[in-house]
Design a protein around this ligand. Structure first.
Ligand code: PMP
Length: 410
């Protein structure tokens, strides 16, 4: 038997023994070698590099998902999310899964089949939400702009008046377009038109100012892996009293058992009941890591974090323009500090650029996503990665790519 190099001691013998054993499927050879996960600069739209402190927290010994200490950790996480979201909402949890899980948790619980939902689409995330809402039988109406566009409060109000939705969705940090959407006044419009305001802050939380309570956001969610620098796999989400009223007076049960907030609210100790009952096994290590991410944000302070992201983004933007590159979002105030979009330089193939920086600089930057594919390159410097030193690394890598990647193959 020819064995791959680096095979674990004893594995060769095990592989050979298999010929005479009762199992007909042998252990996969790939698993008999060591895990390979290279060190990379994760300077795309996420996930970001995870600092050693958070990695160490995630590597602590496992405890039970129903142990007293775990409930205390979950309570700490809840308070950390309340701080990061700037909310006093009791119904604040972290869903077990990626940002999409929180997105589905919000929609599955707050929308019933046949109900009208209004979705603002100015990149991939509105498209995704519209798709999920259609799958649960909602009557989906859309407000659409090309990537980089934003919606005025007048446009939003007209659409609310026309469609009378039960819920309006907007992305705060549109990571596919690099746009941070203005938030003021929209929550008030939703209240006026008796609809819930659902906001996606996966790519903006911690990097751009957002005030759930003050801005009258009814449901807000994010992910662990961007400015929070956690490993992917946990997703904070919070519901205010208006949202709770709607989701706990449903006529139909939510389509997902896993994401049913009647159960999750108990698991997270938000339902006022003295006892928490088993619902699912939460990602214990992921919760350890998330607690550490939120602790780092609490130590740094939200305002300092917003300021740092703005300063580093502006520094990066100047440097990119210095290389002769054009930023995709023209209006400086609408540029998302966490994820910068660069118009693909004329005559270059974007894939060649991203492949070049990966190969020669061990750096992830990406192309567009969904409707922005072929329009932009995306650079994300979030949380732990957000520094001028890292911005310099990006500028060196991109400058190098511009010199070496062939022009004219578009
Ligand atoms: N919303 C936004 C704005 C995002 O940037 C992302 C992740 N790129 C998501 C939602 C989905 O998150 P996840 O990939 O963790 O499911």
């Amino acid at each position: 038997l020819a064995l791959p190099s680096g095979i674990a001691p004893g594995a060769a013998a095990r592989l050979r023994r298999c010929a005479s054993s009762s199992v007909s499927i042998p252990p996969p050879r790939c698993l008999l070698g060591p895990l390979e996960a290279p060190l990379r600069y994760m300077f795309g739209p996420g996930p970001s590099n995870v600092p050693p402190r958070i990695l160490a927290a995630g590597g602590r010994p496992i405890i039970g998902h129903m142990h007293e200490e775990m409930f205390e950790i979950m309570d700490d996480i809840k308070q950390g999310i309340q701080y990061a979201f700037q909310t006093q909402n009791n119904m604040t949890i972290a869903a077990s899964g990626s940002g999409h899980t929180a997105m589905e948790c919000a929609l599955f619980n707050c929308v019933e089949p046949g109900e009208p939902v209004l979705v603002a689409i100015n990149g991939i995330w509105g498209e995704r939400v519209a798709e999920i809402a259609r799958r649960i039988g909602a009557d989906v109406k859309t407000l659409v702009k090309t990537p980089g566009g934003y919606f005025t409060n007048e446009e939003i109000e007209q659409a609310l008046a026309k469609h009378k939705p039960v819920l309006f969705f907007l992305t705060h940090g549109e990571s596919s377009a690099g746009l941070v959407h203005p938030m003021d006044g929209i929550g008030d419009l939703c209240r006026k038109h008796n609809c819930l305001f659902l906001v996606d802050s996966v790519a903006s939380l911690g990097g751009a100012s957002l005030f759930m309570d003050k801005q009258n956001i009814d449901i807000l969610y994010t992910g662990s892996q961007k400015a929070l620098n956690g490993p992917p796999g946990t997703a904070p989400v919070s519901f205010n009293d208006r949202a709770c009223k709607k989701m706990f007076s449903r006529k139909t049960k939510p389509v997902s058992y896993l994401l049913d907030m009647t159960h999750l609210s108990n698991y997270w100790g938000c339902d006022g009941k003295p006892e928490r009952i088993y619902h699912h096994t939460g990602p214990v290590s992921g919760f350890f890591a998330l607690r550490e991410s939120l602790a780092i944000l609490a130590e740094m302070g939200l305002e300092n974090s917003w300021k740092l992201h703005k300063e580093v983004a502006e520094y990066l933007h100047e440097g990119l323009e210095g290389l002769g590159l054009k930023l995709f979002v023209q209006d400086k105030n609408l540029r998302l500090p966490c994820v910068t979009t660069i118009a693909i330089p004329v005559g270059y193939n974007w894939r060649e650029i991203t492949q070049y920086v990966m190969k020669h600089h061990r750096m992830e930057i990406t192309g567009g996503l969904g409707p922005s594919v072929g329009m932009v390159l995306r650079v994300g410097l979030m949380g732990y990665n957000c520094s001028k030193t890292n911005a310099d690394k990006v500028l060196v890598a991109l400058g190098d790519a511009l010199k070496h990647c062939h022009k004219s193959k578009v």
